[in-house]
Design a protein around this ligand. Structure first.
Ligand code: MN
Length: 235
């Protein structure tokens, strides 16, 4: 049996490799930096971070021009460390990983933006509805090429930042993550059988703000490729 038609498999380029990383699923973490949890009206002392997801085809390569998304008057940027999962140990198991198995499952890192239709998210929160339309829309997850773990070094001391039209909007340190990268993977593996090709957007520091057609975004994490995104007017 063959499929009726082809559906594209999203993938991400890997620095220094002629192979691409195929994207299986995109998991995201909410409220994983205390200052951002507070700016969104939460209390990091009382509430743990939590997960949501985007479809794999939300991924956009670096240096893209993205048409301003549909159905929003309040599009926000969220700069995030992205973790790419792979490896034989992960392929063999994937559920209820230990901390050492979680560390072994980290294949590469990138910097990404979790674009959010904040108006739709506020409405969903108020009505107790799902976040899918606020978070999982077309081209909502631009990301840089992947940097292999060995080349990224220890990211714990890395700075994470985002500028809009050259103006600094978000700034933090990866060490401020409430759930560290291994802790996130361990926790996520209690909900899902993680697979090679899964990506995790690990949450955003404070300073999220609205962006508009014509804006140019620059997202940085030390030792990773800088991500550039332009928002353009829809045709
Ligand atoms: Mn986010």
């Amino acid at each position: 049996m063959t499929n009726l038609f082809e559906v594209p498999c999203p993938s991400v380029a890997i620095i220094g490799s002629n192979k691409c990383f195929p994207v299986h699923r995109v998991y995201c973490v909410g409220r994983n930096y205390a200052a951002h949890a507070r700016e969104m009206g939460g209390s990091p002392e009382r509430e743990s971070p939590f997960f949501f997801s985007k479809p794999a085809n939300a991924i956009v390569a670096n240096d893209a021009s993205i048409p301003f998304p549909l159905r929003t008057q309040d599009l926000h940027h969220e700069v995030e460390l992205v973790v790419a999962l792979a490896g034989d140990a992960l392929a063999a198991k994937g559920e209820h990983l230990t901390v050492s198995e979680a560390k072994e499952a980290v294949f590469a890192y990138a910097v990404g933006v979790d674009f959010t239709r904040r108006d739709l998210q506020a409405e969903a929160k108020a009505k107790g509805r799902p976040w899918d339309t606020a978070k999982g829309f077309d081209q909502s997850a631009p990301m840089s090429r992947l940097t292999l773990l060995a080349d990224a070094g220890d990211l714990m001391d890395a700075n994470i930042s985002l500028c809009v039209n050259g103006e600094l909007k978000q700034q933090g340190k990866i060490s401020e993550l409430i759930w560290s990268v291994p802790e996130l993977i361990v926790e996520l593996s209690t909900y899902y059988r993680l697979r090679p090709g899964d990506l995790i957007f690990t949450g955003t520091p404070a300073g999220v703000s609205a962006v508009f057609p014509g804006d140019e975004l620059e997202a940085r994490i030390d030792s990773l490729e800088t991500l550039r995104v332009r928002l353009c007017v829809r045709d």
